[in-house]
Design a protein around this ligand. Sequence first.
Ligand code: UDX
Ligand code: ADP
Length: 477
Amino acid sequence: MMKRILITGGAEAIQSKMKFKKKILCIGAGYVGGPSMAMIAYKCPDYRVTVVDVNPDRIDAWNSAQLPVYEPGLDKIVKKTRGKNLFFTKDIENQIKENDIIFVSVNTPIKTYGAGADMAADLQYWEKTARQILKHSRSSKIVIEKSTLPVKTALAMGKILASAKGKIKFEILSNPEFMAEGTAISDLENPDRVLIGSYETKSGLKARAELIEIYARWIPPEKIITSNIWSSELSKLVANAFLAQRVSSINSISALCEKTDADISEVARAVGMDNRIGDKFLNAGIGFGGSCFKKDMLNLVYLCSYYGLQEVAAYWKSVVNINEYQQERFIANILDRMFGTLAGKKICILGFAFKANTSDTRESPAIYISQKLLAEQAQVIISDPKALKNAAMDLSGIKGNVKYIEDPYRAAAGCHALVILTDWDLYQKLDFQKIYSAMVKPAFLFDGRNIIDHKKCFAIGFNVYPIGKPALSHFKN
Ligand code: UDX
Ligand code: ADP
C-alpha cells in the first residue's frame, strides 16, 4: 500500500526561508531522534527543527499518517508541528549546511565483527556522520551526541572534526537521552533531569549555554544539570546499568522464590517500601530487552576490561548473565511442565514487544524464546497489538511453523499453552474463560510478566506457572 506523503518539498522550502530564532538539525530519525526533536519543535515554536535520515523509507513514514515508531502521544505532537516548524527530509547535505546546531542520534548497535565483537559499540555510523558533517559544513557548528555512546566518543569525534579547514570550528556536547520507550512523550515533557556535558573551555561553556537555552523553554533550571563531557557519557551508561541491575537482582531472587515457595511480588513489595531502595524496576519477569540495556551493559564491561578492571567488568557482566539465565529458566520450565516435549504442540505467545506501549522488538526476550520453542518443533502463534510487523522481520529466516494473529482470542484458539511475554494492559482484561474454552486440555498458562490474576485462571481450569511464585497446577504429583 502506498503511504500518503503529507509534506511537500515546496512547503519545506518556503519554511526554510522564514525567520526562526534557532535552526536545529537532527541526524537519525529513529526512536530517539524522532520523538525528542518533535518535543523540541512542540515546545519551541519559534525554532525550526529538521530531522534527516539515510533511510528514505523512514523519512517517508515520518511524513505520512503512519509514523515509523509507535509511541503514545507522539502522533498528536507531530500533527501539531509537522510542516510548521518540524520537518523530516532526505536532503542531509543541504541541511548540514543550513543548520548551526546538530544533534546526532544515529544507531550504535553492538559490534558483530573484529575487535570487541559482541561487546563494544559499533561506531561506524557515528564516524560516517562525523565525516558527513565535516564534508558539508560551511560554517562553525555545535554537534551534540544524543545516542548512547562509549565514553570518549566525543574525543574521537572532536579529532575528526578538528581537521576542518579555515575558520570552521566544531564544539562537541554530550546530551544523553534518558527517555524510555512507551513513556517517551511524558519523559521528554517532564524529565527527571537533562544532562549536558561539555568541555570546560570558553567555547565549550558557550555551546553548553546555547543548549541550556533550548531546554530551559520547558524544563525547570534545577533539572538541567551540567558536567564534563566524560562524566556525561559515563552517566548514561551507568544509569542504564543500575536499572538493568535492579531487573537482574529481582529476577535472580525469583529463581530462589520458586525453590522456596516465597512469592516474588510479596518480597518486592516489602523490599521496595524501604525508601532507600524504592519500589520501581522491581517487577520480576522474563528479563530485560530493548536496544539499550544489553548494549550499554556490554559497553561498560568492555570499557572496564579495556582499562584492566577485570573484577569490575565481571561484576557488570553478571547482570547480563542473569538476564540470559532467566530466559533459559523460563523455556526449561515450559518444556518440563508440558511433559518434556513441545513437538507439534500449539503455543500462543501473547506479546512480542520488549515492553508494553511500544512496537519495538529490539533485543526482546520474545525473539529468543520463540526461536527456542520453534527449535523444539512447537507451532508458534504470535499475537501483539503493535509489534507483529517487527516480529515477522525478527523471525524471518528462522525455520519452523509460526503464525502472526493480532486478535488474542483467535490466536489462542486450539492452542495447548498461552505464554505471556509482554506486559500489555490488554492482557489483564482478557476473558480467560472464553480463551480456556477454545484451548486444548489440559491448558497451560505461563505468565512471564506476572500480570494476570493467577488464582482466577487456575479456578477456570488453567495450570498456571508465574515467575517467582508457586505454580498453580491441577496435576497430582
Ligand atoms: C531504558 C531506560 O529506562 C531509559 O532511561 C534509557 O533512555 C533507554 O533504556 P527502555 O529500554 O525504553 O529504557 O525501557 P525500560 O522501561 O527501561 O525497560 C527495559 C526492559 O526492562 C524492558 O524489557 C522491561 O520489560 C524490563 N523491565 C523493566 C523489567 O523486566 N522489570 C522492571 O521492573 C522494569
Ligand atoms: P535509536 O533507538 O538510537 O533512535 P534507531 O535505529 O531507531 O536508533 O535510529 C537510528 C537512525 O539513524 C536510523 O533510522 C538510521 O537509518 C539512521 N542513520 C544511521 N546512520 C546515519 C547517517 N550516517 N546519516 C543519517 N542517518 C543515519
